[in-house]
Design a protein around this ligand. Structure first.
Ligand code: MLT
Length: 260
């Protein structure tokens, strides 16, 4: 389904019925990455699965920021008349957005799930690399980002069919949306001070072989977020919901069930 939010058209899917879970995908992916998880949870929960602006089937804007992405999601919940606090699940860039969502829309959160993400901002050299990539993508198209990202997203043991599917999907993603997201990540705030402020149940999940946000980064977040739980998904890389959907959904289901 599609809904107009301010200056763009946001595409989303609702899978299942029950208490709400809002899924925020990583870069440069789309809500499609959550399908195996959402379908497994549809028996008990209402899974709200948007495509962020400039990704998947949502339209692109030249400007993006963690603030805009977070406010887009709050606006989507408004449009859906979903006033109940939701479990917010963010993977990687989706986690950067979840931190912003926590700062801006705390009352809409029942619990947080931070998957394969990190709290820190980009170091200057990383931000500069993103700007170079943004310019390359705007000039040559999104295939350049697909070529760069696929080897980093997946572990050695990931299925070739998953790599091929996501290489094709990323190649078709709007270069304007990809460049805007790269610039948004390069200028995102440092969320490290937020860790001590998190006051809702929090699950941290990470793939054992994640090289973009390695398990050590999640262990640090786990120590800094009071009462948080840490789960490591064996054999997975940066995207456990794609590579190990069964294990990922298992830890998510258990965490949400224990919320009561
Ligand atoms: C993501 O998976 O969302 C990105 O790899 C995050 C990043 O590049 O910092």
């Amino acid at each position: 389904m599609d809904v107009q939010i301010g200056d763009f058209n946001l595409h989303y899917e609702i899978i299942g019925d029950g208490e709400p879970i809002l899924f925020i995908h990583g870069f440069p992916l789309s809500g499609e990455m959550w399908r195996p998880t959402a379908e497994r949870l549809a028996d008990r929960w209402k899974c709200i699965v948007p495509d962020l602006r400039g990704h998947g089937q949502s339209s692109a804007t030249t400007e993006a920021s963690m603030t805009r992405y977070a406010d887009d999601l709050a606006a989507l919940l408004d449009k859906l008349h979903e006033w109940r606090p939701a479990v917010i699940v963010g993977l990687s860039m989706g986690g950067y957005i979840a931190f912003e969502f926590f700062r801006r829309h705390r009352n809409r959160i029942r619990a947080l799930v931070m998957a394969d993400t990190q709290a820190n901002a980009d170091a200057p050299d990383a931000a500069a690399r993103r700007e170079t990539l943004a310019q390359t993508v705007l000039k040559d198209g999104s295939r350049a980002i697909a070529d760069a990202m696929i080897p980093q997203l997946f572990s050695q043991t990931a299925l070739q069919s998953a790599r091929d599917q996501w290489h094709a999907a990323i190649s078709q993603t709007s270069p304007v949306g990809v460049a805007a997201a790269l610039r948004a990540m390069a200028t995102r705030p440092d969320s490290t001070p937020t860790l001590a402020q998190i006051d809702c149940p929090t699950l941290i999940v990470v793939g054992q072989h994640d090289t973009i946000t390695p398990p050590a980064v999640s262990e640090e977040m786990h120590r800094a977020i009071r009462g948080s739980r840490l789960e490591i998904i064996l054999t997975a890389g940066h995207v456990p919901p794609i590579e190990q959907a069964g294990s990922f959904t298992g830890v998510l289901r258990q965490f949400i069930e224990e919320l009561g």
